[in-house]
Ligand binder design. Sequence first.
Ligand SMILES: Nc1ncnc2c1ncn2[C@@H]1O[C@H](COP(=O)(O)OP(=O)(O)OP(=O)(O)O)[C@@H](O)[C@H]1O
Length: 243
Amino acid sequence: MSKPLTLIELDSVDLEIDGKQLLRGVSLQSDAQRIAVMGRNGSGKTTLARVMAGLQVPNGGAVRIAGVDVARDRRGALGAVGILFQNPDHQIIFPTVGEELAFGLKQMGLGKAEVADRVSQTLEGFGKASWLDAAIHQLSQGQKQLVCLMAILAMGPKVIILDEPFAGLDIPTSMHLERALSKLETALVHITHDPQTILSYDHAIWIEAGKVEMQGSAGEVASAFEMAMRKLGERDDFADLSG
Ligand SMILES: Nc1ncnc2c1ncn2[C@@H]1O[C@H](COP(=O)(O)OP(=O)(O)OP(=O)(O)O)[C@@H](O)[C@H]1O
């Protein structure tokens, strides 16, 4: 019998850009449904997220999401992993909601009819069928973030990476988005500075200067991270800023 696929597999991932070592030997093997990635500013969280999504090819090591080598198999990666960034304006490229949702599906090589079906099913799933021809520039930031999430979900990924998507949203909008995400059966990898938001997660990883400082249960990692950050914060010194 063949071995079941591990959902997220990072094996000694190294990344160097312009002589700067951004990731060093990062490994993670997990089937967890909710994974947190914590770390201070400039520690390499977004870089790691981009590598996991296949947007950045590592110099060493391997990344497989649901068995797909995301750096080499770009079409396969679209159906395996999606990434939601902090600013939806950096993600959206089309003028209407329908076109934005259709784009990734076309990239996956789906035919016209299937693209149209998946777009309408996704919109209906969120009670937003009326948004099909809506102009994206007229939507609020929270609504744009929902468009980005729907565009990812339409592709049916096994893993969604959240790179601080709540940072620009007000409290009610964050709560709406959080509710939408909490209902998903898709595995989530959530990058956050806030240890309190991830206490119920299955696994956490703490990145420091591009390396794994600690990983394990969310409660243990969150409290060690918070304690270390408070210690650093109590120092009246900007000289030690990472990055
Ligand atoms: N394309 C790039 N070329 C060179 N350096 C980069 C590149 N992308 C990121 N860096 C550097 O890599 C380091 C890690 O950046 P990254 O954005 O991954 O950190 P982060 O943990 O997500 O930070 P923050 O919490 O502030 O968003 C920083 O020093 C950054 O300047």
